[in-house]
Design a protein around this ligand. Sequence first.
Ligand SMILES: *Cc1c(COP(=O)(O)O)cnc(C)c1O
Length: 417
Amino acid sequence: MDKEIETLIEEERVRQNAGIELIASENYPSRAVMAAQGSILTDKYAEGYPGRRYYGGCEVVDKVESLAIERAKALFHVAYANVQPHSGSQANFAAYRAMINPGDKVLALTLDDGGHLTHGSNVSFSGNLYDFHFYPLGEDGRIDYDRLSVLLDEVEPALFLAGYSAYPFEIDFARMRRIIDEHDARKGTKTFFMVDMAHIAGIVAAGLCDNPCLYADVVTSTTHKTLRGPRGGLILSNNEELFKKLNSAVFPYAQGGPLEHVIAAKAVAFGEALHPSFKSYMEKVLRNTYACSDELEKLGAEVSGTENHLFLCNVLKSYGIDGKQAQIRLGSIGITVNKNMIHGDTMPPSKTSGIRVGFAAATSRGCSEDEARKIAHLIDKTLRSDDQATIASLKKEVAEIVSSWKDIASLDYPTIA
Ligand SMILES: *Cc1c(COP(=O)(O)O)cnc(C)c1O
């Protein structure tokens, strides 16, 4: 009935279909996920948790939410799951609340090195409510585990935080747990260990990297990045005592009524991630990311290398233009990326020296390894030249690649359900 919004949704569908989406935090959920999210479940008030609601008529949504919880637990091999957070930021808000008090110290990654706004930025609640201290990456752009140990002793935080937005390498959660335990033994403290796996949740679900739930007190996540579900948040833990606090930190502290339609869509996404084909999807994502990064490096670009679904490219060093210019120029041929700070960046965050490139979304549409290498050539050529004729012909090449890919509004993925 609403022609104005309908037209805009169609306009956005056309935009998404026309381009190669390489923003590492985006993905395309299935029609089943979108159908659940667009369902009548949006009608229902269900403040509280399954079996303990403040409203009547919750017997059906109780089943929906319980199913989402059971599937999340099976997917991540964990004892407790809260599927209500409206977003990753809300999940982090609740997680901090459950473990620490305002003013307490938190040790997290330097924001410029790939942390998230909710990991201590002054423009977020996190940097205002808590006393954040930061660990930098090492010279090689990787976590310096020896330095972590020193900083833990120096800062003595109440909470240690891992999990990042722009970190292209595997994280050794077991080693972090050991470092924290050794620090606690030395100092007679009890430091909480939290992992925000928003970016890598799909890789964890596929069993293709270490599962942080085995080591952290609390694991938070988004459901819409590599996990390929609806936009939303998730909290996991193996600690029963802590989990009671987490539940009341989500509701009633941080949020009101849960979005049962989104929770149903999360359940659908978990069902898809539990299917064996999700692992092969995720393997393809990792292979495509590596292929594009490897090809760009062969072409002479300075790239971070990659062990997951994303990599960084220092476009300032490689092509003499900043991240913002690179983002705009790539956008003009139909390739979407975001500017990103590079370790040790000398440019301001509004410009940056780098771009972040990821393959979770493109792979969902059917991007092959050959195409990922071809995309590296397109990126390289585009960043070398702003000649209008060259740009026009590169734009044609992008259109040719996506013409064989699936429509983003018609994707179906196998499910266990
Ligand atoms: C994306 C992201 C979030 C926040 O997710 P929103 O749903 O946008 O609030 C939190 N932490 C990390 C590490 C992220 O990458």
